[in-house]
Each structure stands twice: as structure tokens, then as C-alpha cells.
Design a binder for this molecule. Structure first.
Ligand code: WT7
Length: 657
């Protein structure tokens, strides 16, 4: 980022101190930063001791062959034992682990003791189906408790799971099954979404025509819809799991045993199978969940609204919360079924105290109107989390005011599938928060911002986010492709690649800036930075400025090739219910961005649309908008959550380019 444009950007001066009461009783205080900076490895060794090890590790980090890290390498432990059995052994078997809320309104409470039995039965069933330690198992399930049970059963026996999001197509599932060479698939007849039973099993049947190595398909009955069965291959979950013994002795696995593979699509090339292992991953997932949410397992009710098919679901529905003995809510469906207050109704029903959701959801709630959450009792909420993309200050402030009663601290958590767990985030009892900034690397994590030459930028300047020390939950490689792992993450700013010496630096792919206090502001993927008349301008900042205008509910900004300026800024906006599209409003929005960020950031065009193209994880597909802005035929839309959106946008354009 050029510093002159940065000086204009993100002038956000609101500050929110942590609530005194929370700070006084916080799990983690400012001392953690000091302790970790004094001895980072000793800090992580201490956090590892929060887990139950069969063999205590004596070595914390082996970094003798960078960028291939080994954490706690001579330790052994069982993840399922840590997430379930040990809580029962500690006398907390009657504590609810999962309050499950189905979309149609069915609910189930599952205690830790019941979860232990269910995971043990499922582990025995996997063994009966011929799955053994080291095998890969693909999981393609809706958001139901069996998804958690399936993952923990794999972890228990040392099988490596590869969860594929239930919204993905048969082709996407097939390529992931093939890449991981999975021998078992766990799926369901279907799940409930938007008031309908949506089938899942047909996608598996289709995918498996290309995956001969799969021996069995284990099928959960969720909806009861008609389901084709292949004799000898397919097995009902209730037939095989329920007749198993609830006794299963969890064997300890090596700290570096592969726990899971999770595919991340990226913008180009085939999906990358991100590999996470056992001891370091669980250490950081559990500690960050304890520290960043200030979780008190006896009294808190925690709810993460992500899907288990994303890393957020892995680390902050399954592994982190369960390792900490949390009570949590799992909700199957969409936020507007059967009405737009469904989330708040759930918060009220279960007395949710900690909520973790995404900026895209928050902006949707803003668009639906303040009156909807106002109808529910949200007074139980005490910590609010955000993840997935930069949160613009207006959405941040709305979240705090309308969901958090103007009191609950917001933790804006930056991390990635690759990092496995949170990396940059405020601590709710320590940090004076700034709307829109993830602020500071967590204790034990080393992050900074560098320029093109890998030199650390001064405070007040921008560049690329890098991680300068290995961390426990880091990806270990890309499954089956060590070279791609090196090339993708470590070459750009690694040893020999720059003037800045021989250090290993992990390139996250995100642009970032440091403010005058040294706090970090994430600016989106570097692929999303525009170059306008020689100035770097991030799409995030222009979007944030637009959403700061009272007429705008949501926006997406792209750079379109322009003969004069190299790239020109084209903004797509969704208006709030109270505003109407007019040439005057469009002019006003352009002027508003110019006033907020400086004339250079003024969009050349502002287009009012009804919807924005998003992936199923809520990320805006700017590539498709760029196609429209540049007057091309719209490219591949297969990963869109709603494939009709592009037609709507095209049809709704009032002044096509
Ligand atoms: C990318 C990783 C982390 C779980 C969900 C996404 C963006 C994520 C933030 C945040 C700004 C964020 C980054 C990152 N991102 N959280 N708090 N502020 N940007 O996992 O699909 O692997 O995506 O999401 O661009 O690189 P993912």
C-alpha cells in the first residue's frame, strides 16, 4: 500500500475499554503477553499442559527442517479423550456438551457422558467397517450432532478426517475424496435448509462413480427422505452404531499424527488439502478458545454459527470448545427460517453468553432491521466474536450496540484454514478495542506487516501480513504436495527471496496496515487490492466507506481495467430498506467515498443491486463482479451459495458499463 493513500484510510477513532467486571475475572490478563514474549516456547509448553497427555512432551518445537514444523513431537495423546472422556472422568458427565437445535424446531441436549458413549460406539463401528489408524475418512454431513461424533470417532481411532461442506457439489466431493484417498464416507440422507429437506446422499452416489477406493458409506438418517442404497457398500448409522459397545479404549497417538485434512479452494488451481496434526493443533485451538472468548465452562453457553465444513467449525465448534468442556449450541439451519429473528430466539432460549459469527451475517442482520433483535432478550450475551473477513467499523458498532447492548466486547479474530486457530485478536478482558481492527497478535504468536522486500514497515504504513515464527496449530503441509506448501506460503518472503535476510516468514496472502499504535488492520486478500493511477487501494476500505453511509446496507468493490487509470473502482451496493435508487443517491455515494477516503478512492461507477454473489462461506466472489464490471461473460459460478444471484445482478443493472 502506498502511504499517502493509507494516511486517508480507516480514520476510525472510536475506542472501547473492556468491561471492568469482565477484566477483573478474565481467564487471561496482560501478563500473558509479557510471559510469551519473554519465552514463547515455554508459554506454549505451558498451554499444552492444559491438555491430558498420555506421554508428556519434553521437546516443544522442532524447527530443524523449516518450513516443516514439529510441535511436542515426543508427546502422545488422544484428542477424543481430551474432548470428551476426561470431562466425564472429572465428574462433569452430566454437563450438557451440545444443545442441538434443528431447523424444523426439534432439539436434543447431549451431555458429556452421552457424547462419550456415542463417540465410543461410532469408533467401534468405524473399526467394524475396516477403518484403521492412518486411513482417511470423508465426512459430508449437515449440521447435526453426528457430524461432531463422526469427527471425534475418527480422531479417537487415529483415522484422518476430511470434512467436505454439505453444500458442495458431487464433483467437488469426488475430487476431495480422490485427493485424500478416503476409504469411508460418512453422510446423511439429507438435512434441513430454508424449511426444506435437502438431499445429500445423491451427491455421494454420483461422486463415488469416480472413487472406486471407497469401501463403505455410512449414512445417518436425518430427514427420513427416500434414499437409494447400494447393497454391500452402504450402511445405516443407526443399524451399525447403535448396536456397538459404548466401551472403547482410546489409544494415544503421536503429537504429529495427522488429525484432519481440510480443503481450501483459493483463487486458482486445484483445492489445497491443508493438513493439521494432533498435539499442537489441539493446544492452540483450546487455549485460544479459553483466552479469546474468556470461556467459563461451568456457566457459559457458547454458540459458533459456522458450519462444521469450514475450519471455524473444526476449531471452534468441535475441538476448542469440547477440549475446554464447554456447553454449546449447534444450529442446523439458516438465520431466516422460519423468521428473521431465529438467531436471537436461539440466544434467548438457551441463554447464550458467547456468540461467534461472521461479518457477512452481521451486515445481513443490519439490513433486516434493528427492530428484529430488539424483540428478544439478548441480555445473556457477554462476549461477541467475528471471523471470516475484515469487519467494517459500522457493522462492528452495530453488533456491539444492537446485539451486545453497547457493553459486550467484540473480538475480531484473524486466522485462516492454514493457521488452524486464531492468530490476531483482541483479548476481551485486556484490549481497548478499535472497530474494524483485529489489533494485535495473540500471546505466543508473531505477526507483522512487511513491504515488497520483506522489510518490516513502520507504524502508520501498510503492506503484507506475515507470520514470523512457527505456531503450534500451523498447517504441516499441503496433503501430498510439500513443494506447493513451500511455494504458496514460504517462498514470497522466505530466506533468499528478499533483501531482509534469511528468516522464514509465512505469507498469509492478506494485505494489512499498522496504525500509529502498531495495531494491525486487515485489508483483505492481496488479490483484492486495486491499483488506481498508481495508488494501491483495498476493496475493503472502499466497501467500509460505502457501508458507513446511512443508505447502504452492503457493498462489494472491484477494480475494472481502465484505459486511463489502469484500474477504475466499480462499486456494487445493496441499499437499506429506507433508501431508493436514484442518480442523485449514486452521486452522493461517490462523493461520500471521496470525502471519507480521499478523491483517489472515489468509485468511477456505483451500481445498485439486490444481491451480491457470495460463496457458501459468505465470501464475496469479486471475480464475478469484475466480469460484469469489465463487460465479460460471467465465469464459473459453481461455488456460489445461490447460483441465481448473477442473473439477478445482471437483470437489475440500471446502467450497464
Ligand atoms: C481468510 C482465511 C478463519 C476462519 C474462516 C476463514 C480472511 C478471516 C478475518 C478477520 C480480516 C479475515 C482473511 C484470511 N479473514 N478472518 N477477522 N479480519 N480478514 O478461513 O476460508 O481459510 O479464509 O479470511 O483474508 O486470509 P479461510
Amino acid at each position: 500500500m502506498s502511504n499517502e493513500s493509507l494516511a486517508n484510510l480507516l480514520k476510525e477513532e472510536r475506542r472501547f475499554a473492556p468491561p471492568a467486571e469482565l477484566a477483573a475475572a478474565a481467564n487471561v490478563t496482560a501478563a500473558a503477553y509479557a510471559q510469551a514474549s519473554e519465552d514463547r516456547l515455554a508459554f506454549w509448553a505451558e498451554q499444552a499442559r492444559r491438555l491430558d497427555w498420555a506421554t508428556e512432551p519434553t521437546e516443544t518445537l522442532d524447527w530443524s527442517n523449516p518450513p516443516f514444523a514439529k510441535w511436542f513431537v515426543d508427546g502422545t495423546l488422544n484428542v477424543a479423550h481430551n474432548c470428551v472422556d476426561r470431562h466425564v472422568e472429572a465428574g462433569n458427565g452430566d454437563r450438557v456438551a451440545i444443545h442441538f437445535e434443528g431447523e424444523p424446531g426439534d432439539s436434543r441436549a447431549i451431555t458429556y457422558a452421552q457424547l462419550k458413549d456415542e463417540v465410543s460406539r461410532a469408533a467401534n463401528a468405524l473399526l467394524e467397517l475396516g477403518v484403521t489408524k492412518g486411513d482417511r475418512v470423508a465426512v459430508y454431513l449437515p449440521m447435526i450432532p453426528e457430524a461432531v461424533v463422526a469427527m471425534l470417532a475418527c480422531a479417537r481411532i487415529g483415522a484422518t478426517h476430511s470434512v467436505v461442506f454439505g453444500g458442495f457439489s458431487a464433483d467437488a466431493v469426488a475430487s476431495r475424496i480422490q485427493d485424500a484417498d478416503a476409504k469411508l464416507v460418512i453422510t446423511a440422507d439429507g438435512g434441513y435448509r430454508r424449511g426444506k429437506a435437502t438431499a445429500l446422499k445423491p451427491a455421494i452416489d454420483e461422486a463415488l462413480t469416480k472413487c472406486p477406493q471407497v469401501e463403505h458409506v455410512l449414512v445417518v438418517r436425518r430427514t427420513g427422505q427416500d434414499t437409494a442404497f447400494t447393497e454391500g457398500r452402504d450402511v445405516w448409522w443407526h443399524d451399525i452404531v447403535e448396536r456397538q459397545s459404548a466401551e472403547h479404549t482410546a489409544e494415544a497417538h503421536d503429537a504429529e499424527h495427522p488429525l484432519f485434512i481440510l480443503y481450501t479452494s483459493g483463487t486458482t488451481g486445484k483445492p489445497k488439502g491443508i493438513l493439521h496434526t494432533t498435539g499442537g493443533y489441539l493446544t492452540q485451538a483450546a487455549w485460544t478458545h479459553h483466552a479469546v472468548f474468556d470461556l467459563k465452562p461451568e456457566t457459559d453457553v457458547y454458540w459458533c454459527t459456522a458450519d462444521i465444513g469450514w475450519v471455524t467449525g473444526h476449531s471452534y465448534i468441535v475441538y476448542g470448545p469440547l477440549a475446554n468442556g464447554a456447553t454449546q449450541v449447534i444450529y442446523e439451519g439458516t438465520p431466516d427460517t422460519p423468521h428473521q429473528g431465529r438467531f436471537w430466539e436461539i440466544v434467548q432460549k438457551y441463554g447464550v453468553t458467547i456468540l461467534y459469527t461472521a461479518p457477512t451475517a452481521i451486515r445481513t442482520f443490519m439490513k433486516w432491521g434493528d427492530d428484529i433483535p430488539a424483540k428478544f432478550d439478548l441480555s445473556s450475551l457477554r462476549v461477541l466474536g467475528s471471523v471470516g473477513e475484515p469487519i467494517n467499523p459500522e457493522a462492528w458498532v452495530w453488533y456491539r450496540e444492537h446485539i451486545g447492548a453497547g457493553k459486550a466486547p467484540i473480538v475480531d479474530t484473524w486466522w485462516q484454514t492454514e493457521t488452524g486457530a486464531m492468530m490476531i485478536s483482541p483479548l476481551p478482558g485486556v484490549t481497548t478495542t478499535k472497530p474494524g481492527s483485529a489489533q494485535r497478535a495473540l500471546p505466543g504468536i508473531a505477526a507483522t506487516v512487511v513491504d515488497d522486500e520483506a522489510r518490516e514497515v513502520p507504524d502508520g504504513a501498510g503492506g503484507y501480513l506475515v507470520l514470523t515464527e512457527p505456531w503450534p496449530s500451523m498447517l504441516r503441509t499441503i496433503w501430498g504436495d510439500d513443494q506447493r506448501y513451500i511455494d504458496t506460503y514460504w517462498s514470497r518472503f522466505g530466506p533468499g527471496a528478499s533483501a531482509a535476510g534469511a528468516a522464514w516468514r509465512y505469507f498469509a496472502g492478506d494485505g494489512a496496515k499498522k496504525d500509529e499504535d502498531g495495531d494491525i488492520w486487515l485489508l483483505g486478500r492481496v488479490d483484492d487490492v486495486m491499483l488506481v493511477s498508481g495508488h494501491n487501494i483495498s476493496t475493503t476500505e472502499v466497501e467500509s466507506a460505502l457501508v458507513g453511509h446511512p443508505a447502504v446496507a452492503e457493498s462489494a468493490v472491484v477494480g475494472a481495467t481502465d484505459a486511463t487509470t489502469g484500474q477504475a473502482i466499480v462499486a456494487f451496493v445493496i441499499l437499506r430498506g429506507t433508501a431508493t435508487d436514484s442518480p442523485e443517491l449514486v452521486e452522493e455515494l461517490r462523493a461520500h467515498v471521496g470525502r471519507t477516503l480521499g478523491p483517489i478512492a472515489k468509485p468511477k461507477q456505483v451500481k445498485v443491486v439486490g444481491e451480491l454473489p457470495k460463496t457458501r462461506s459468505g465470501k464475496i466472489m469479486r471475480r464475478l463482479l469484475r466480469d460484469i464490471a469489465e463487460g465479460r461473460e460471467v465465469g464459473d459460478t459453481t461455488t456460489l451459495a445461490d447460483s441465481n444471484v448473477m442473473n439477478l445482478i445482471q437483470a437489475g443493472l440500471t446502467n450497464p458499463p
